[in-house]
Ligand binder design. Structure first.
Ligand code: FE2
Ligand code: FE2
Length: 255
């Protein structure tokens, strides 16, 4: 299936099929101590961000929003489980790098605060911003690492995050049927994305610099994926999406 709309039942099945994956076994296949310490800290921050999400499941089951049903709630529960799987994998990666997990961080707190601001719609919009940031950041980290299990795991997480982007875009598309709602979405979305880009660049600047990743490269990828998400929500046709952002056989790539 490409990037066309899925039913909530379709998303439920999609996530259910992936939910049986076992956690990978990570081993010392590389001298990980030679990698910058800032990488472990950066991944620990993302690990914390991947750990939450309990209230959104309850809210997905019990709400009066247009176009949702029980299948959406179940799909959301699988989605949160998948994020927790990412948290477990990232925890293994942090330990492999000799780093420590963290229990608190200002960007993670900011993310949770933003998610709790209003209802399900804003929560999903904030989650979508996190997917855009995650897709681009994990990918950039991975391609700047030597061939290793750590790199493979980050790339696998990127593939999951890409599908999450389409899941959230399907929800937001259903929730923005009118012109004024679309305009409102665009304003809030751009504001959230710019804010997210600034705080993540600031908080992860050491790892970005230590791995030799250009800030412009990070921003350009965020901008591309942010535009892709915006177009998907606004129900523009696939033909309107620039060639560089169009899908491969599974989900959209921006390599
Ligand atoms: Fe994730
Ligand atoms: Fe995700």
């Amino acid at each position: 299936m490409g990037i066309e709309h899925r039913t909530w039942q379709g998303w439920e099945k999609f996530f259910a099929d992936r939910s049986t994956r076992a956690l990978p076994a990570l081993r010392q296949d590389l001298d990980y101590s030679a990698l910058p310490k800032s990488l472990a800290r950066s991944l620990a921050i993302f690990q914390l961000g991947e750990s939450g999400g309990g209230t959104i499941v309850a809210q997905s089951f019990c709400n009066s929003l247009h176009g949702l049903n029980q299948h959406y709630g179940t799909a959301m529960a699988y989605f949160v489980e998948e994020e927790h799987r990412h948290a477990n994998i990232l925890a293994m990666c942090v330990r492999l790098l000799g780093g420590n997990l963290i229990g608190n961080n200002w960007t993670a707190r900011l993310f949770v605060f933003a998610r709790r601001l209003i209802g399900l719609r804003l929560k999903v919009l904030v989650l979508l911003a996190a997917e855009v940031v995650g897709i681009c950041y994990y990918h950039l980290l991975a391609v700047h690492l030597p061939q290793s299990r750590l790199r493979e795991q980050l790339l696998e997480i990127v593939e999951d995050e890409r599908s999450h982007l389409y899941f959230h875009c399907d929800f937001l598309r259903v929730q923005t049927p009118t012109a004024w709602r679309k305009r409102l979405f665009v304003w809030i979305w751009r504001l959230v994305m710019v804010s997210a880009s600034v705080v993540v660049l600031l908080d992860h600047r050491r790892a970005i610099s230590d791995l030799g990743i250009g800030k412009r490269q990070v921003l350009a990828r965020w901008k591309s994926y942010s535009q892709l998400a915006e177009r998907l929500v606004l129900r523009n046709s696939v033909r309107d999406i620039p060639q560089s952002l169009q899908c491969d056989s599974s989900f959209g790539r921006c390599d």
